[in-house]
Design a protein around this ligand. Structure first.
Ligand code: GLC
Length: 580
């Protein structure tokens, strides 16, 4: 009834303001505003590793097309695909040399369109990766820019003339030698926050911004529904500080990004692209304070609709893992910061991290299934749009790469060089890299138990995890209690229980050392989520206990209630309705 009244009120208000619901699609000025991207479940595809159809060892669009029914069967409603544009592939496509062309390894524009149409036909929206903090050094803009100091494209990038002396040191995320690269052609240095082949675009130049909006419009016209803004907090930067202090790797963003102008640019982008095309945008990174994050996503500001922060993934960067207390604190803190306004995504894994199972669940054969089901239950139960990474729906795990010779990733190689140059203990470094490197999260999708996991008939660009014989989609399709089938159920549970999307979150028994319990209340529902994060049985006393009838999801077939106590099996995950 309340919902009906609210809808009626919103309708009257829109009429009063003289705009149609369509025009108001992006006006999310109230937390109550319901939108597809809040209600969606996003699935991230790393196209290179998803499904190869031409035997070249790289995934392609036709492979995704082949798996459209699989995507539909997951129930997911959005796909974010990592870059597939023309690129020299120094950073696997995050170095774009032509933003309107497709790298031939993925197929043609026709294939892209067929893939997009196939997603739309299944009710799945498409989110494009927009990599515009930097381009490739092979992009025509950069080739022009470096060719002479008076080239019209010179100002598309950040240059420091050598006659001013050596530029002040800046840390680079990928290059052990820092973020300035000397280019003898014009006797000047250019800035690159990432690899030297990824020069930073100069966002202060209005022409650059217009180029970016034009690129976004090009793809919006093809029908993409949203954009993921790569490394966006670095886009607007101050390169003029004469005494730029050294260090600051820790508070990197504060020193190197999130300049106030960024918000002006985002407003401009909103007016040029987001609003007129009715698309949405999510930023990688949420600044270094809650204020930054709010400024990016508060609907009234008309900048972005969503952002994602790294505080959770940062909890588990070493094999020693994380403390449940910290995990609860991080999620509770971010939830309360966005309880009234703004919207974030919830993610625990992506292409820049090692596998979800190794970092937040338990990869041992005994506990892999229940613990992955538990973490996926959690992901689908929080306020914020869940982002799930390909392979996590079947519990794919890390691979073992103990020696640096096996690595191809520009980030891993850069970090190794830095460790070596600074005299770090390389054995310890490799132990951590083997656990945390992003190559772990990029191994080919494990479809079945045929050679190369059914990913390719050729030689895969990256080795397939040898556990594919056991961990694969086909095997899990057969088993009603598999990680895959639990994932599907959880997606359904989220869709059918709006309290999981919009409801208020409240922590229950914050201090419990093994159990993460919380309520989600709203939309006429009162739900309780109880998750035993331990590999041992545990119990919790609750005011309202579940009955068989009130249970919405349970990754075990049993429910053990004794008096006032709920006993949970290792990694048991339950959601139940508190209204009896
Ligand atoms: C983002 C991407 C990452 C890439 C980097 C440089 O962090 O997620 O994969 O290497 O930007 O583009």
């Amino acid at each position: 009834m309340k919902t009906l009244l609210r809808t009626l009120f919103a309708f009257l208000l829109l009429n009063f303001l003289g705009c149609s619901p369509q025009e108001a699609k992006n006006d999310t000025s109230s937390q109550e505003e319901k939108t597809w991207w809040k209600e969606g479940v996003l699935y991230q595809i790393y196209p290179q590793s998803f499904k190869d159809t031409d035997g070249d060892g790289y995934g392609d669009f036709k492979g995704v097309i082949e798996k459209l029914d699989y995507l539909g069967s997951l129930g997911i409603t959005m796909v974010w695909m990592n870059p597939f544009f023309e690129s020299p592939m120094v950073d696997n496509g995050y170095d774009v040399s032509d933003y309107r062309a497709i790298h031939p390894r993925y197929g043609s524009m026709e294939d892209f369109q067929a893939m997009l149409d196939g997603m739309h036909a299944r009710g799945i929206k498409f989110v494009l990766d927009v990599v515009v903090n930097h381009s490739s050094d092979q992009h025509d803009w950069f080739l022009q820019s470096r060719s002479s100091r008076d080239n019209p494209y010179r100002n598309y990038y950040h240059w420091w003339p050598a006659e001013k002396g050596t530029p002040p040191y800046r840390h680079s995320l990928f290059d052990p030698e820092g973020a300035w690269e000397y280019d003898s052609l014009t006797n000047a240095y250019y800035l690159h926050t990432f690899a030297e082949q990824q020069p930073d675009l100069n966002w202060e130049n209005p022409k650059v911004r217009q180029e970016v909006y034009d690129i976004m419009k090009f793809w919006a016209e093809k029908g993409v529904d949203g954009f993921r803004m790569d490394a966006f907090q670095f886009a607007s930067k101050d390169t003029t500080w004469p005494e730029f202090p050294e260090g600051h790797e820790e508070d990197f963003i504060k020193w190197y990004g999130m300049r106030p102008q960024l918000h002006e640019y985002l407003k401009e982008m909103y007016a040029e692209v987001i609003e007129p095309f009715g698309v949405f945008a999510v930023a990688e990174g949420a600044g270094s304070t809650f204020l930054d994050a709010h400024d990016l996503v508060d609907a009234d500001r008309k900048e972005l609709q969503m952002a994602y922060h790294f505080e959770t993934v940062d909890l588990s960067r070493t094999p020693e893992g994380y403390e449940l207390e910290d995990f609860k604190n991080v999620f509770s803190k971010w939830d309360s910061a966005f309880a009234e306004k703004g919207w974030i995504s919830i993610f625990l894994s992506n292409h820049d991290n090692s596998r979800l199972v190794n970092r937040f669940a338990n990869p041992s054969p005994e506990f892999r299934t229940p613990s992955t089901q538990l973490i996926n239950t959690f992901l689908m139960s929080m306020r914020g749009t869940p982002f799930t990474y390909y392979g996590d729906e079947i519990g794919m795990t890390n691979i073992d790469m103990p020696t640096i010779e096996e690595y191809v990733d520009v980030e891993a190689l850069g970090k190794y060089q830095t460790a070596k140059a600074s005299g770090q203990d390389l054995e310890e470094f490799m132990r951590i890299l083997n656990y945390s490197s992003r190559e772990n999260g990029r191994t080919p999708m494990q479809w079945d138990s045929t050679p190369q996991a059914g990913f390719t008939t050729g030689t895969p660009w990256m080795k397939v995890n040898e556990n594919y014989v056991e961990i694969n989609v086909a095997a899990q399709e057969e088993d009603p209690n598999s990680i895959l089938n639990h994932f599907r159920k959880m997606v359904q549970v989220r869709k059918e229980n709006p309290a999981l999307v919009y409801g208020k979150y409240e922590l229950v028994q914050k201090e419990h050392p093994e159990i993460y319990a919380f309520t989600r209340t709203g939309e006429g529902q009162n739900l309780m989520v109880v998750l035993n994060f331990s590999q041992n049985p545990s119990s919790i006393e609750l005011e309202t206990l579940p009955t068989d009838a009130s249970v919405i999801i349970n990754n075990y077939s049993t429910l053990d209630v004794n008096g006032n106590t709920l006993n949970l099996k290792p990694y048991q995950a339950l959601i139940f309705s508190v209204d009896q």
